[in-house]
Design a binder for this molecule. Structure first.
Ligand code: SF4
Length: 121
């Protein structure tokens, strides 16, 4: 497959991962769970909620899927994603944030109604 610079790499990889998630027959866990988890990780990256640890976990799951899946579908499902991470490390580093999923969460604000209800200032 050939893509020009106008295509969004992350969208391409999300599309690949959704394909493999849908095509997995579900017999073996590395493929069944791995494709689901890779899909979930890419969703977090797409929403700006990814952390550095997510990139590491993608690699770990990719390795597990390649070595422990029962057939070629599971063994090859993470190849495009892992290859893209190897070829474009700067692109993926820009997708992660140090605060990850905690980004933008204001604990004081979230507890405001509760504190008011129980009389805590
Ligand atoms: S690796 Fe093959 S056998 Fe295992 S769940 Fe995926 S498609 Fe099924």
């Amino acid at each position: 497959m050939i893509f020009n610079h106008k295509r969004d790499l992350l969208k391409i990889l999300v599309n690949f991962t959704e394909f493999f998630k849908g095509e997995s027959c579900g017999v073996c866990t590395p493929c069944r769970a791995g494709n689901f988890i890779l899909s979930r990780k890419l969703e977090l990256l797409s929403r700006g909620l990814g952390r550095g640890a997510d990139l590491e976990e993608i690699r770990q799951w990719g390795n597990l899927m390649t070595t422990a899946s029962r057939c070629g579908l599971g063994k090859g499902a993470s190849n495009a994603l892992i290859n893209a991470m190897d070829k474009f490390p700067v692109y993926f580093q820009k997708l992660v944030h140090s605060k990850g999923r905690e980004k933008g969460f204001d604990l004081d604000s979230a507890l405001g109604d509760y504190r008011e209800a129980v009389g805590i200032k």
